[in-house]
Write a protein that binds this ligand. Structure first.
Ligand SMILES: NC(=O)c1ccc[n+]([C@@H]2O[C@H](COP(=O)([O-])OP(=O)(O)OC[C@H]3O[C@@H](n4cnc5c(N)ncnc54)[C@H](O)[C@@H]3O)[C@@H](O)[C@H]2O)c1
Length: 506
């Protein structure tokens, strides 16, 4: 096969995955220009400075070897994405905090934003690589977004799933010598050519037998499954630690005894305060949500128990500390050594230290924290940020607004929706069913919503029902019962429910 032409790679997202991954690709592939782009100017500034925005052993050296040669960090997303042959998307995919699937489903806002950007600046065909962890079947939706938002019909997008298996703290080692690289693609000639192109990139330093290929859905699901299995081992040994404490057994001895069984192995068998980090909990919850939406309730419950056990372990730890200090920690000074979620990283996302500190502070302890890799501002921010909100830049919160006139909708919104049957003079930016429910801010929209819900057989929130004729009540934010009914209506399709479904299509 002729070697694929890959001259330039762009990566959207200069975070814990995008930065190190691209640095390692650039270091090992001097014949390819690699540009990492991000909307966060501070982050890009730091990547271009001597003080990199994240701490990883060995990262400084890798960046120093390639930066300015064939590795660049930039905020000029349009230029570099437009010029690239391969575009990696490594943006955050946090857990949704509101709307349908809140607390479980992955929020793909940033992913969709990246896809729209790629489509809008592409004048040549591109390979788009899912590096972010996404729910199975995301490539299908992203494919539609890319196709529909690209004005040049001759441009072709091949989507590949290339999940990242690196672990923070050992990221550079994991990237340099991975157990495997997984590439998922579609089984068409152009799909397989795209797989070959990405394989060629990795083959600059990774032996071909370690580069696995699969279909798109298997690759997407493999990442969620890998994290679920790893987290499950932690919860399993932690559950046994509770039993050991109650029975007089020693959890380290039990772990050693079972770990020497070659079928079980000895990794991930140290009992602890519980797992943390940005991925395990998020990915398991996402897996559970996917199972639920596919009607696999028992499977979802099975995996959810891993998260329940993790929460139990953190709570148990706090209770044990308080119990060991005569059942009161009020005004007692307690030192916490290490705030990041594991050693060799400064990452505090979902660190168990947050729950432990909060639990102790709730009991009036005076907590003193030391972590050489975490700033005090970060610790205070973590201690005051609600769960799941840490991964959400402020700009994402204001995604609903009113337009001055209908004309503005044509130029200014992603997908204008004609609500003229109920309302002739307003248009709103509707990005999905979720914002559809919560963005009905005006009395006119309330009335529209009332009729839409009534005709769809949906629950009508009582305040809305009683006030819609007066055109003047404040909209009450989305109600769980409505949300569930809409979910059901969406699945059945057709009629007004079909209309709602169309609102959420890309
Ligand atoms: N952190 C890990 O250890 C790890 C490991 C494997 C996979 N993952 C997955 O990789 C993905 C990224 O994780 P991360 O830890 O690097 O996240 P991160 O939050 O550190 O980085 C994401 C970056 O994307 C940027 N971004 C968002 N939307 C953008 C846009 N439209 N244009 C340009 N930049 C944009 C953000 O500003 C941010 O800097 C997630 O899906 C995560 O689940 C993470």
């Amino acid at each position: 096969m002729t070697p694929p032409q890959v001259k330039k790679i762009a990566c959207i997202g200069a975070g814990y995955v995008g930065g190190p991954t691209m640095a390692v690709i650039a270091k090992n592939s001097p014949d390819i220009e690699v540009v990492v782009v991000d909307i966060n100017e501070e982050r890009i500034k730091a990547w271009n400075s001597e003080a990199l925005p994240i701490y990883e052993p060995g990262l400084d050296e890798v960046v120093r070897a390639a930066r300015g040669r064939n590795l660049f960090f930039s905020t000029d997303t349009k230029k570099h994405v437009g010029e690239a042959d391969i575009v990696f998307v490594s943006v955050n995919t946090p857990t949704k905090t509101t709307g349908i699937g809140a607390g479980k489903a992955a929020d793909l806002t940033y992913w969709e934003g990246a896809a729209r950007l790629i489509a809008s600046v592409s004048t040549s065909s591109k390979i788009v690589v899912e590096k972010s962890t996404v729910p199975v079947k995301t490539a299908e939706a992203i494919g539609k977004v890319l196709k529909r938002n690209c004005s040049d019909p001759t441009v072709n997008f091949e989507i590949l799933s290339n999940p990242e298996f690196l672990a923070e703290g050992t990221a550079i080692e994991d990237l340099q010598k991975p157990d495997r690289v997984l590439i998922g693609g579609v089984d068409t000639p152009s799909g397989q050519a795209a797989v070959a192109a990405l394989k060629w990139v990795y083959n600059h330093w990774i032996p071909v037998e370690r580069i696995l290929t699969a279909n798109l859905w298997s690759a997407e699901l493999a990442k969620l499954t890998a994290n679920a299995f790893l987290a499950q081992r932690i919860s399993s040994i932690n559950s046994i630690s509770a039993l050991c404490e109650a029975s007089g057994a020693n959890v380290q001895q039990v772990a050693h005894a079972i770990g020497t069984d070659s079928r079980i192995g000895n990794k991930f068998l140290s009992a602890s305060v519980g797992f943390g980090g940005s991925c395990f909990q998020k990915d398991i919850l996402n897996l559970c949500y996917v199972c639920e939406t596919l009607g696999l309730r028992e499977v979802a419950d099975y995996w959810h128990a891993v998260v329940t056990m993790n929460d139990y372990q953190k709570q148990r730890f706090v209770e044990r500390v308080i119990g060991s200090m005569f059942n009161t920690v009020s005004n007692k000074k307690i030192a916490i050594f290490g705030f990041a979620f594991k050693k060799d990283t400064g990452d505090t996302r979902e660190t168990p230290a947050i729950d432990v500190c909060k639990g102790l502070v709730r009991d009036n302890a005076k907590v003193a924290v030391y972590d050489p890799k975490v700033t005090s501002e970060q610790i205070f921010r973590d201690m005051s940020t609600p769960k799941f909100e840490w991964d959400r830049p402020d700009y994402s919160r204001s995604h609903t607004r009113l337009l001055d006139n209908v004309e503005q909708a044509r130029n200014d919104v992603t997908q204008p929706f004609d609500v003229s049957r109920w309302c002739t003079s307003l248009a709103c930016s509707i990005k999905g069913i979720d914002s559809c429910l919560t963005s009905l801010l005006t009395p006119l929209f309330e009335a529209a919503s009332f009729r839409l819900r009534q005709s769809a057989g949906l629950h009508v929130p009582c305040r809305l029902a009683s006030s819609h004729m007066r055109w003047a009540s404040p909209w009450i934010p989305s109600c769980r019962r409505c949300t569930e009914r809409v979910e059901l209506a969406l699945r059945s399709g057709g009629g007004p429910a079909g209309l709602l479904a169309r609102l959420s299509s890309p």
